[in-house]
Design a protein around this ligand. Structure first.
Ligand code: ATP
Ligand code: MG
Ligand code: MG
Ligand code: MG
Length: 574
């Protein structure tokens, strides 16, 4: 590639909204341009890195037996209604209408589409397992798009979906993906860690996130420096809570509970001091019925010692209400989980409760008991929940806590979630009636897994780990170019022009991804640009060196250049 024919546009200053180094450097190096909040163009130089990440991911996915396909970005709402996520997904889902007033979504993920594809075509266990993936643009209307492409609204994801005939098959597919991810992040040259993640109802080893370790990461990772144990904070807290629950707790019961939905309000009414001894409060929650006021939902809300209302136990509390109560199954469905589930309630933000002619959103529901004047309308648990960051700040697991594997204590570090593997089970296949004929000749739901990698987020994550005062230090595997040739004084020297050109072509011949800076810029400008862009190897060719048959070689991580005989250059950059 010749720089004169390529689009390079670097900036001295990063825009003010760029809070973290990767965002600043990506803007300054001209890799991306902002079009709107969380929406970016990938400029030719940035796209080269995107394509390299994609290629590594593609090769490892193919190696692991997954097949590439491409699904539509715009998806009919019917599929999302079938799975239940049309109601559950909340404002992150971008919904739109076509000219016939039909509903559509711009896909944030593709479980529905792939499940629909598979249920149409895969009829027998003999056709299983199947694993398909795509590399495609997603849209999520993130509440706080930030950090450039790290938390964009539009971003590129690799998403894979496996279909198996049974749970053992699903686990085997999952393990293959887990290993493929490990290979991918190694090839990308990143310092990463696979951490156990909470997968709600399925439990066990059903989900892992892959995190790039970085101070600016949005997630907390709990790890044991003495062992392999690592979990994201939510999973670690779930484990800690189970242990806590084994200890005796005091449960206070009172049915007439007007509440604004905040723990403090509940506690004030009950006259309960919010001290560490109070672990839980039984709270009756009604869902307003537009028609005949006949439906009541009862939840046991666990109030933790840190005063956050971030836990819910899905259970039916008989006898607390005169009205028909939601069944455990209904409550579980509403919370997108299973009866008996104990865990974070963050999903309540996305919940719509459907019970006995009642359709009410979690926002603006009635909270209280079944007596006039003891109701509060306009309650929204979602709004009253602390921001995810705050939940992390009041976490129950802290550095120095005993490690769950009994081997010393845990540390906590920050990570950037770049990949996620998840055992879905039959969640989508059951909801969407996606079945195949099993060996016994009976229809059975597919047992599924899903596997995501944030392709564009990886660019930001890689830079968070690899930069210096001058700019980006790309891992060679994903640098936009591997080598840059900077001819000095080429305008005056025929020899420099010829030798630079010869070197350029010999490197191309050797399969090196090389760019030659023939823009005619001064050395200072050239060097500053390529250091900012972060090309791993630089070759400077000038008259003086050439007289001795030497070229200056500088690795982007070196502080100084070394003189190298022209003939030995290949050994330095390959
Ligand atoms: P996060 O917790 O950061 O919001 P997520 O858990 O919602 O991510 P998944 O649904 O697991 O994301 O999607 C798979 C991968 O897609 C993530 O591991 C991440 O790398 C990437 N990803 C998710 N949201 C974004 C985003 N807004 N911008 C860029 N990449 C994203
Ligand atoms: Mg998310
Ligand atoms: Mg996540
Ligand atoms: Mg995730």
């Amino acid at each position: 590639m010749k720089a004169s024919q390529f689009f390079i546009s670097t900036l001295k200053e990063a825009p003010a909204e760029a809070e973290i180094i990767s965002h600043q450097l990506m803007m300054r190096a001209g890799l991306i341009k902002r079009i709107g909040s969380g929406i970016y163009s990938y400029m030719p130089i940035g796209l080269r890195s995107v394509r390299k990440v994609e290629q590594i991911v593609r090769e490892e996915m193919n190696k692991a037996g997954a097949m590439e396909l491409l699904m539509p970005a715009v998806q009919p709402a019917e599929l999302w209604q079938e799975s239940g996520r049309w109601e559950q997904y909340g404002p992150e889902l971008l919904r739109l209408k076509d000219r016939h007033n039909r509903d559509f979504v711009v896909g944030p993920t593709h479980e529905e589409v792939i499940t629909d594809l598979i249920r149409r075509d895969v009829k027998s266990y003999k056709q299983l397992p199947v694993n398909m993936y795509q590399i495609q643009t997603k849209f999520r209307d993130e509440i706080r798009p930030r950090f450039g492409v790290m938390r964009g609204r539009e971003f590129i994801m690799k998403d894979a979906y496996s279909f198996d005939k049974d749970v053992d098959g699903m686990k085997a597919s999952y393990d293959k993906m887990f290993n493929a991810y490990t290979a991918i992040f190694k090839r990308l040259g990143l310092n990463f860690r696979a951490v156990a993640a909470d997968n709600g109802s399925i439990g066990g080893d059903g989900s892992h996130e892959f995190h790039v370790i970085a101070e600016t990461g949005e997630d907390d990772i709990v790890y044991n420096p003495n062992s392999d144990y690592a979990a994201n904070i939510e999973a670690a807290e779930a484990v800690a809570l189970i242990a806590e629950r084994a200890a005796p707790t005091q449960t206070l019961t009172k049915t007439h509970t007007p509440s604004k939905g905040k723990c403090e309000d509940v506690a004030e009414f009950l006259g309960v001091p919010l001290d560490k001894n109070v672990k839980s409060i039984v709270l009756a929650v009604d869902i307003e019925n537009q028609e005949d006021d006949s439906a009541t939902q009862i939840f046991l809300v666990l109030l933790r010692a840190d005063h956050t209302l971030n836990e819910i136990k899905v259970s039916k509390l008989a006898g607390l209400s005169n009205y028909r109560m939601a069944t455990e199954a209904e409550i579980a469905t509403a919370f997108n989980t299973t009866p008996g589930y104990i865990g974070p309630v963050a999903t309540a933000q996305k919940v719509t409760i459907i019970a006995d002619k009642t359709v009410a959103n979690m926002s603006d529901f009635i909270c209280g008991a079944n007596e006039v004047d003891y109701h509060h309308v306009g309650v929204n648990w979602g709004r009253d929940l602390p921001e995810p960051d705050l939940i992390a700040d009041v976490r129950n697991v802290v550095a120095g806590d005993p490690a769950p594997d009994g081997n010393g204590t845990v540390g906590i570090c920050r990570g950037i979630e770049v990949g996620h593997v998840f055992q879905l089970g039959t969640k989508y296949s059951e909801a969407m009636k996606a079945t195949f004929l099993g060996e016994n000749g009976k229809p059975q739901p597919f047992v599924m897994g899903c596997y995501g990698i944030g392709i564009t987020r990886i660019l930001g994550a890689a830079i968070e780990q690899n930069f210096d005062a001058k700019g980006i230090l790309w891992p060679q595997s994903i640098a936009p170019f591997e080598v840059v040739i900077c001819p000095v004084g080429a305008d005056k020297s025929e020899v420099v022009r010829e030798e630079a050109d010869k070197l350029y072509h010999s490197l191309i011949q050797a399969g090196v991804d090389v760019i030659i800076d023939d823009r005619g810029e001064r050395p200072g400008v050239m060097f500053a640009d390529w250091e900012l862009i972060g090309v791993p190897h630089r070759l400077t060719i000038g008259d003086r060196g050439l007289k001795e048959g030497l070229v200056e070689y500088q690795n982007r991580r070196d502080t100084e250049a070394t003189k190298v005989p022209v003939l030995e250059i290949h050994a330095h950059v390959l």
